[in-house]
Design a protein around this ligand. Structure first.
Ligand SMILES: N[C@H](CCC[C@H](N)C(=O)O)C(=O)O
Length: 282
């Protein structure tokens, strides 16, 4: 299998060009687990397929390292946009990408003949409880809702960017309980589809620190949809302002996120190739 390993701020995936090769549907989840394995495979946070689409130049499918398929991936979208442009699957610098969560619009920023930075209009966040989805009979939106997890009392703000996110604010990001709270909340029964878990320290109305425990992959260096969810949650909790750029500091680098006045969330950040190769026998 031909592959390209790419990363967005250290959140790396094995990209497979499905314009040139195809696999049986039931092989995809096991293949994602196999290629993601850092000891017996290539090593990554998951696998992303760059597919033909009937409604856009390309379609993105995302598989976490546990083999589960997700509806969206922010860092993946920037890398898919770079891949599509550099492989000539698109002619313009701004184009749509189909995801399982709907259509998004990407713009590649070209330096010479290479793309290093990509902007993506991620569309509107989904805030209705039942569409996150999250159980509970309180009000329709989940903003700073008390959340008891074993003997820990937390406050959760829930946002979907096509995939579900539970955002919590902490005083010091370096003390965020990522590896203790993360895995418990990821599969808590109150999130029927499980959930990505984010911890945010507010530096100012235009700057956040961010850590993540990703659904299906665990701790990663960065999560693009999670950074978008974090800015939306920060606005909902009065820490940031709609219409203003927010710099989000993730372990692997920075993203610029704006929850625009028109309701759409704009994400801008890097996308890089690590290597290309053949997985398994030719
Ligand atoms: N773990 C996520 C998919 C990858 C999202 C993340 N890597 C990003 O950049 O948005 C989920 O199951 O919803």
């Amino acid at each position: 299998m031909q592959f390209t390993k790419m990363h967005g701020l250290g959140n790396c995936y094995i990209y497979v060009d499905m314009f040139k090769q195809t696999f049986d549907e039931d092989k995809l989840s096991p293949l994602a687990i196999e290629v993601s394995d850092r000891n017996k495979g290539i090593g990554s946070d998951g696998m992303i397929l760059v597919c033909p689409s009937e409604i856009a130049p390309v379609k993105m499918r995302v598989f976490n390292s546990d083999g589960s398929e997700a509806k969206n991936c922010g860092n993946g979208l920037r890398c898919v946009a770079k891949f599509a442009y550099e492989h000539g699957y698109v002619n313009d610098k701004t184009f749509q990408i189909e995801t399982l969560g709907g259509l998004v619009e990407a713009t590649v920023h070209v330096e010479g003949d290479r793309v290093h930075t990509v902007s993506v209009d991620m569309g509107e966040p989904i805030l209705a409880r039942e569409q996150i989805p999250m159980l509970g009979d309180q009000q329709d939106q989940v903003v700073a809702e008390p959340f008891q997890l074993d003997d820990t009392q937390l406050e959760v703000t829930a946002v979907s960017m096509g995939n579900p996110h539970a955002v919590m604010f902490v005083e010091k990001i370096e003390e965020a309980p990522v590896d203790s709270v993360g895995p418990k909340m990821e599969k808590d029964e109150r999130f029927p589809d499980w959930v990505n878990v984010e911890f945010v320290e507010v530096v100012s109305r235009n700057e956040l620190h961010f850590r993540v425990w990703e659904r299906g992959s665990g701790i990663t260096q960065a999560c693009g949809t999670g950074a978008c969810a974090a800015v939306v949650a920060a606005v909902l909790n009065g820490h940031c302002q709609k219409g203003e750029e927010v710099i989000v500091h993730l372990l692997g680098g920075d993203l610029t996120i704006t929850w625009q006045e028109n309701g759409h969330v704009l994400m801008k950040g890097a996308a890089e190739i690590i290597c290309e190769g053949v997985f398994g026998r030719k």
